[in-house]
Design a protein. Sequence first.
Length: 80
Amino acid sequence: MGRRKTIDVLEILEYGNYQLSRTDDYATKEFKMGITVMIESTLHRTDNYNGFMFIKNEDSDIDTVGYYSRVYFAPKNRAK
């Protein structure tokens, strides 16, 4: 059995935000949907959710790559 390790919520948030900002061919809508679920789940489960904004408001129609191209805000207090 492996050792249990932890990672800071802010590290996950920064990594996820980077992935959501990508524009290469591999950063598909489905890829960004998965990152969004991971970030939101992590932030809500640790009581650190503080909202998000679209990277480009003019490209944020529902069910598009632009809708999932977003940045989540860091918690007001240090992440747990």
